[in-house]
Design a binder for this molecule. Structure first.
Ligand code: NAD
Length: 485
């Protein structure tokens, strides 16, 4: 073992700076392990401040010519980039499954949803239009253009190692910015593939860069005086720190953060479809989706569906292959945290209706859990669990359900299950949540729409991708001209 904690028997993740893979001299901050087996796969260095500064310097240098590269040419790089991702889908699926313990379907979804944002970015030409007014005053013309910002940085969570970097990179690059990505230290492999692909696609050196690391590396990125924008996706406490630091520097940030997504089950819902949707949305991806349904709010007599819900949970297939519904949790720490929250529900007076058994004692497996008799003062209701746990509450009216959800500090996603257009329309109008599903449990916006959120789920005014994504990565400039006097 070397002085920085590096053991030569396990590969060390590399940085990607100025078009070259580089070994960091920083200390090893952790291992990437296979969550299904506990096998150590790779080590991750905490990139040092000078390495972070070098990555930003490379991006700054590249910005000069990249921002001046014609739009059509920048887009043609993006076309090549998305073609190669498409060709290497199997490589992404393999690394996402290995590092994140995802099922085949979830790993495919991870890269394909990201690829869709790259597709959208390929249609950039003509999407960011300026304004022009001839004779806004006598013989004076006014022009407004949108220009790229400069070096932008991205800080990513563990749960979508391909999709979330791809929420950021394609739009940042086609608009003429250069980018430094800090992948999650738990799942850095997909970002490494993106670096390889950027090389093959021929992006000029320094346009896209990666630094590995955790907290200290993020701090070094945020402290660098040359960054112009921060894209962050992760938990609420960290997102707040990132947003505050960016704001204090006077630069823009888009921070998508934690969630507590409620599903409202009306008595008139289609019972079978609702049960299937709830089961998939609560336990799919082991509850580790920011859009997972983690709270079921039964209105009136719909509470009678609980025994059938338990039956569905008991049929969830645990594993990581083609036929599996749910894999392991990302880490031993995550598993311990979820188990502690389930225990707190027991001691605080809730009822554990169902607790599935893990299929293996190795890795971070945990079965689905359904908790009823939950009240809003319990930890299991107030904290984001981010595990395969569905907490259930009962209210008597839709008004009460809406009030409950609007009083929650998170505002990421929500859903209502009903056959009544009146109830659905009332819900969609009165609910204060970013993404709303009507008989759709996980209403993730497609790339032309932008992924929004409110309250403690999103800080910043310009959501990821969609037209707001283009606005985030560009700044308006107004030119007033007169050539006659
Ligand atoms: P996390 O907040 O622990 O980590 C996110 C990133 O922040 C990582 O790259 C990590 O290295 C870095 N980081 C960790 N501690 C830091 C610190 N003290 N200072 C600076 N940087 C730090 O999140 P996670 O556990 O990787 O991801 C799960 C969270 O992400 C959940 O809360 C989930 O809801 C959220 N999420 C939200 C969305 C959304 O769109 N709203 C999407 C996906 C995930």
């Amino acid at each position: 073992m070397s002085s920085n904690g590096y053991s030569s028997s396990v590969p060390l993740m590399e940085n990607f700076v100025g078009g070259k893979f580089q070994t960091s001299n920083g200390p090893v901050i952790g291992n990437v392990t296979n969550p299904a087996t506990g096998q150590v796969l790779r080590q991750v260095p905490g990139s040092l401040k000078e390495e972070v500064d070098a990555a930003i310097a490379a991006a700054q240098e590249a910005f000069v010519s990249w921002s001046a590269t014609p739009i059509t040419k920048r887009v043609s790089y993006m076309f090549r980039f998305r073609e190669i991702i498409h060709r290497r889908l199997a490589d992404f699926v393999a690394v996402i499954r290995q590092e994140g313990g995802k099922t085949v379907k979830d790993a495919e979804g991870d890269i394909i949803r990201g690829l869709e944002v790259a597709d959208y970015a390929c249609g950039f030409t003509g999407k960011v239009e300026g304004m022009f007014e001839k004779n806004i005053a006598t013989d004076i013309d006014m022009l407004q253009v949108r220009e790229p910002l400069g070096v932008c940085i991205g800080i990513c969570p563990f749960n979508f190692p391909a999709m979330i970097p791809l929420w950021m990179i394609p739009i940042a690059l086609v608009t003429g910015n250069t980018f430094v990505l800090k992948p999650s230290e738990l799942v850095p492999g997909a970002a490494h593939l993106l670096a390889e692909i950027s090389l093959e696609a021929g992006f000029p050196p320094g346009v896209f860069n990666i630094v590995q690391g955790g907290k200290d590396t993020v701090e070094a990125l945020l402290d660098n005086p040359h960054i112009k924008a921060v894209s962050f996706v992760g938990s609420t406490p960290i997102g707040r720190i990132v947003y505050q630091k960016a704001s204090m520097k006077g630069i823009r940030a888009q921070c998508n953060m934690g969630a507590k997504n409620h599903a409202v089950i009306m008595p008139d819902c289609n019972k079978e479809l609702t049960l299937q949707a709830l089961t998939a949305a609560a336990f799919g991806a082991t509850g580790q989706r920011c859009m997972a349904i983690s709270v079921a709010v039964f209105v009136g007599e719909s509470i009678g569906m609980l025994p059938a819900l338990v039956e569905k949970a008991a049929n969830v297939r645990m594993g990581t292959d083609e036929n599996s519904d749910m894999g392991p949790l990302i880490s031993a720490q995550a598993k311990a945290r979820v188990e502690k929250l389930v225990q707190s529900a027991k001691t605080q007076g809730a009822k554990i209706l169902y607790e599935g058994q893990p299929p293996s004692s190795k890795g971070n497996w945990m079965g689905p859990v359904i908790i009823s008799n939950v009240t809003t003062d319990m930890d299991v209701y107030n904290q984001e669990i981010f595990g395969p746990v569905l907490v259930c509450l009962q209210v008597q009216t839709l008004d009460e359900a809406i009030q409950l959800i609007n009083s929650n500090r998170f505002g990421n996603g929500t859903a209502i299950f009903t056959e009544s257009g009146v109830a659905a329309r009332k819900f969609q109008s009165e609910i204060e949540v970013g993404q709303v599903g009507i008989n759709i449990p996980i209403p993730v916006p497609a790339p032309p729409f932008g992924f929004t959120g409110s309250k403690d789920s999103m800080w910043g005014d310009l959501p990821f991708y969609g037209p707001t994504g283009f606005a985030f990565f560009t700044r308006p400039k107004t030119i007033v001209s007169r050539f006659k006097w």
